[in-house]
Design a protein around this ligand. Structure first.
Ligand code: SAM
Length: 193
């Protein structure tokens, strides 16, 4: 694992990892507390309460849950504990996908089919690397950050303002975390009308 928040920017200006990401080694460390790919910090165990908050929103309508990005299975394992019918996961890294296949064998909810979000369906998501950068450089208020950088694209995607809400939680990242240092996290709930 690389070390420390002082190691410089995670992505160089214009750096594009897409071509190499798929086959790059999934670097899970020994205590299974960190995942790195191409030397980038991808997921860390300290995020567990936040991932569980997102998973709880994602599973709040029951039915089918689509999850993009398996990482360390923290959100996925929470989704599996909740009252859902199907759980679909998209993961683009081969090593992470192999871990997904092993994990899936032991889970109670299996996948069958996928359709787009239905009326009444719920979307939740995060992008801690870009939100962390915004909170370091442009915002001190996480709700203002969400309002000014996330709501516009959600409206453009067709969601209605009255169907977008958020919950803020306190969660202090460890000092060594390279992608997030703000002491608060935000869980969006975005309902399809
Ligand atoms: C932050 S981790 C997800 C953490 C996960 N929610 C958890 O609780 O452990 C992001 C994951 O998304 C995957 N990923 C990134 N971009 C993707 C894409 N466009 N399609 C599918 N998976 C993607 C990465 O390979 C990585 O495994």
């Amino acid at each position: 694992m690389s070390s420390g928040a002082a190691a410089g920017p995670i992505f160089a200006e214009g750096e594009d990892c897409r071509a190499a990401w798929r086959e790059a080694t999934a670097g899970y460390d020994e205590p299974d507390a960190h995942l790195e790919i191409l030397g980038k910090p991808v997921m860390e165990r300290w995020e567990t309460p936040y991932m569980h908050s997102l998973a709880t929103v994602a599973a709040s309508k029951g039915g089918r849950v689509l999850e993009v990005g398996f990482g360390m299975a923290i959100a996925a394992s929470k989704v599996q504990e909740l009252g859902i019918e199907e759980h679909w996961i998209i993961e683009c890294n081969e090593g992470v996908f192999r871990r997904l296949e092993q994990w899936a064998k032991a889970q109670p909810h299996k996948g069958h089919a996928f359709r787009l979000l239905r009326p009444g369906g719920v979307l939740t998501y995060c992008n801690l690397t870009s939100w962390g950068e915004l909170l370091k450089t442009r915002y001190s208020d996480i709700e203002k950050m969400f309002e000014e950088t996330q709501v516009g694209p959600l409206l453009e995607a067709g969601f209605r303002r009255e169907n977008i809400s958020t919950r803020v939680m306190e969660l202090q990242p460890p000092r060594e975390c390279r992608y997030y240092s703000h002491p608060r996290m935000i869980t969006p709930t975005v309902l399809k009308h």
